[in-house]
Design a protein around this ligand. Structure first.
Ligand SMILES: [Zn+2]
Length: 740
């Protein structure tokens, strides 16, 4: 506890240059960096594993699905705690949304033999919580109600190409029940549901194959972290890749009394029955199927050959849902900024869980509660951040990213003018491996921040992170690696898809985002076994990673909140955008070489092609590439001037304000108000998500290229070029204001 104070005193006596060398922080003058280090040391000393564990137990004691009494009580608990901790303007915001709840579900195999599916998770020895009578049965959020008796077809992962293969084998799924497995390769279950709906299936059953998260991976709960026989992966099937949030208020907030569209017209509301299964319940169906033997990559971990099915196995499925209007509650608190109260750093984590949610999301919630306690303590000791830090506990993330989306839509105008960044933590801890995501402009500052934290292994978090990234390098294509395969110094994964609460901030509001999480072997996702027992035996028994998350999340926020000049790096951004364009070219060689696939090296064809050569090309990205080059050199020049200015140590507040607003504006300039073609809600032109939730860079351009819709592709390329030019001009203006 005394350490930070000693550091603060030492700072005064150290020669400034020496100190600057030891403690330089992106965006800070040497004097403010020394001050910041002292604040951070103080901050880092506050969260403790015991408190993390105590908070975690509170959130994991009972199931707390969105809209439930327990989840609403937890909202009140957070509000009361935050007030005690010293947060300001603490408020619970209500949104009346189209929610989803199960009433009943039954599944029986009627032929060739009879089997009544259990649709329940059995208690595990030693795990008292697994006996809780409040644990729900099998259900998927936003399934429709209905009843059908029909043959069952095995459709592998339920992706479009899987149905093509069934068709080739003469198997139709029209009016039938399709049985698909979860993640091979991973795709969001809502996309599986939409695909089944488009194929005309009557219902979709989604089961957890032991090859993916069960005994084929390793020891299962209660002896190991993988999913046991009866575990059921609940989840929503909302088509939130079309538009997230309340399906009846696309693009505006569901404040009480808001205008609502009919549910029949809501494009994100599924129109199919859907149910998840444990492998225990899927086994009798798979085992009895007729039809051709499924291809080898369709085979799974159960001890028999999988067939495509289609006739022999028949099932009777009945689902009764209670879908309709219900209130969700977002808790919001803040520490008002001492100098710049109208510049906001926003932090968030969702509260709602499928059952106990020990990893997802309560590990994040526990880390958030220790983070807010530490922020409150600093404030009580007179260390208020320069900018305002806002912290939110979202509701209904699991249903359709609902709470964060409605809140973001409600405050979109304020956020577009005031917000610096959003830092999301969903699952804080399922193991020891750090994964950090960041919009490229913030990747350098995130990497630098991890250098100042210690991993429980004894290394710096940066070194531990680097080892993880290097281990994962094999077979992975990512911006973390340059073309030569060398791990980039910034480490962060800059390819950001959807699937959590950052979505509204990045894709709708145009805020740069960071996402933080520690990961490990985790086979109980969205099941009742994702509970306190699991966390204390496998995920983070010592709560050291929870503690580290509070520290990391808080220090990252403090750096953004206290920086003299916001630590955005636009040269890194430019290089990242160039990689996005390179990837687009690599993945679509025929297109960018004018239909002559393989005629030239696809990675260089457009960088090198002259205007005359490419006249016949459907799409020429050489102007985009030139704009990226210009943006990069403006970014480099600005970086140089900013570094110099900060090193001088004197900053005129008016100049700092101009520069900071410029940097915030640059992020907003990536928005196209019309959105990407077909999905107007998604407005960011650099980042988007596929229907599977997978990251999708340059979404409007990429989707047009993939469809070979050249007029749209050219139009999207022009939009990108214009945004690059606008931001180049902005950076040049900022740079010239520095030299005046
Ligand atoms: Zn989550």
């Amino acid at each position: 506890m005394n350490l930070p104070r000693r550091i603060a005193v030492a700072a005064i006596f150290f020669p400034l240059t020496l100190w600057a060398q030891a403690q330089s922080i992106l965006g800070f003058t040497p004097a403010s960096a020394a001050h910041e280090s002292a604040i951070e040391s103080k901050f880092k000393s506050i969260p403790t594993p015991d408190e993390e564990r105590r908070q975690h137990r509170i959130f994991t004691r009972e199931p707390h699905i969105a809209g439930s009494k327990r989840n609403n009580e937890l909202a009140e608990y957070i509000r009361d705690e935050w007030i005690k901790q010293g947060l300001e303007d603490v408020i619970i915001r209500r949104y009346d949304v189209y929610g989803t709840n199960p009433k009943s579900a039954s599944l029986e195999m009627t032929a060739p033999t009879h089997y009544q599916a259990l649709l329940k998770e059995t208690p595990l020895p030693g795990d008292e919580d697994s006996k809780n009578p409040a644990i729900s049965g099998a259900w998927l959020g936003m399934s429709i109600s209905g009843e059908v008796t029909a043959p069952v077809v095995y459709a592998h992962s339920g992706n479009p190409e899987d149905y093509d293969l069934l068709r080739k084998n003469g198997i139709s799924v029209k009016g039938k029940i399709v049985l698909v497995r979860y993640s091979n390769p991973y795709s969001y279950r809502g996309f599986k549901a939409l695909t089944a709906q488009r194929e005309g299936a009557a219902a979709i059953l989604i089961y957890s194959d032991p090859a993916e998260d069960g005994y084929k991976k390793g020891k299962v709960d209660p002896d190991g972290p993988w999913g046991p026989e009866y575990h059921i992966q609940r989840g929503s099937i909302t088509y939130d890749f079309m538009v997230p949030g309340d399906p009846q208020t696309p693009g505006w907030a569901s404040v009480p009394g808001a205008k609502r569209i009919p549910i029949a017209d809501a494009i994100s509301a599924p129109k199919i029955m859907a149910l998840p299964l444990s492998w225990h319940d899927a086994k009798p169906l798979l085992e009895n199927m007729d039809g051709p033997v499924a291809p080898s990559d369709w085979q799974g971990g159960l001890p028999f050959q999988y067939h495509l099915g289609g006739e022999r196995v028949k099932a009777h499925l009945k689902i009764e849902m209670s879908n309709g209007l219900q209130p969700y509650y977002v808790v919001e608190g803040r520490i008002r900024g001492a100098d710049l109260p109208d510049e906001w750093v926003v932090l968030g984590n969702h509260r709602d869980a499928w059952v106990f949610g020990a990893v997802d999301p309560s590990s994040g919630t526990a880390s958030m509660m220790e983070l807010t306690r530490a922020l409150g303590d600093l404030k009580k000791q007179g260390m208020r951040p320069r900018r305002t830090v806002i912290v939110c506990s979202w509701d209904g993330e699991e249903i359709g990213l609902t709470g964060s989306t409605e809140w973001g839509e409600q405050f979109a105008d304020d956020l577009r003018s005031k917000a610096v960044a959003y830092i999301n933590v969903d699952e804080a801890t399922s193991g020891p491996e750090f994964h950090g995501q960041a919009v490229a402009s913030l990747a350098p500052m995130l990497a630098e921040t991890t250098r100042s934290l210690q991993d429980p292994s004894g290394k710096s978090l940066y070194d531990a992170w680097k080892e993880t990234v290097e281990r994962e390098r094999e077979g992975q294509r990512s911006t973390q690696f340059s073309d030569s395969g060398v791990v980039s110094e910034t480490l962060a994964d800059t390819r950001i898809g959807s699937g959590s609460d950052h979505t509204v901030f990045l894709n709708f509001i145009g805020m740069p985002v960071i996402g933080l999480g520690f990961e490990g072997d985790y086979g109980v996702y969205h099941s009742a076994y994702d509970d306190f027992f699991w966390m204390n035996h496998f995920g983070d028994p010592g709560y050291r990673y929870h503690t580290l998350m509070s520290q990391l999340w808080g220090v990252t926020a403090l750096r953004l909140a206290n920086a003299d000049l916001l630590p955005f790096d636009f040269a890194t951004y430019a290089d990242n955008i160039r990689q996005f364009v390179n990837d687009l070219a690599k993945n679509n060689p025929a297109i960018l070489s004018g239909g002559k696939a393989g005629a030239k090296d696809p990675t260089t064809v457009c960088a090198t092609c002259s205007a005359s050569e490419t006249k016949s090309d459907p799409l020429n990205l050489s102007d985009v590439r030139k704009s990226i080059d210009a943006f990069e050199s403006a970014g480099k020049n600005l970086n140089q001037s900013l570094t110099q200015k900060l090193a001088e140590g004197k900053l005129d507040p008016q100049l700092a304000a101009t520069l900071n607003h410029g940097m915030m504006q640059a992020e907003r300039n990536w928005l196209n108000p019309d959105g990407i073609p077909g999905r107007p809600w998604f407005k960011h032109i650099l980042y988007g998500a596929r229907f599977t939730y997978a990251h999708l860079e340059l979404p409007g351009l990429t989707e047009a290229v993939e469809k070979q819709d050249w007029p749209t592709a050219r139009q999207q390329a022009e939009i990108l070029e214009r945004a690059l030019e606008k931001n180049t001009r902005l950076l040049e203006q900022m740079n010239s204001s520095l030299s005046q």
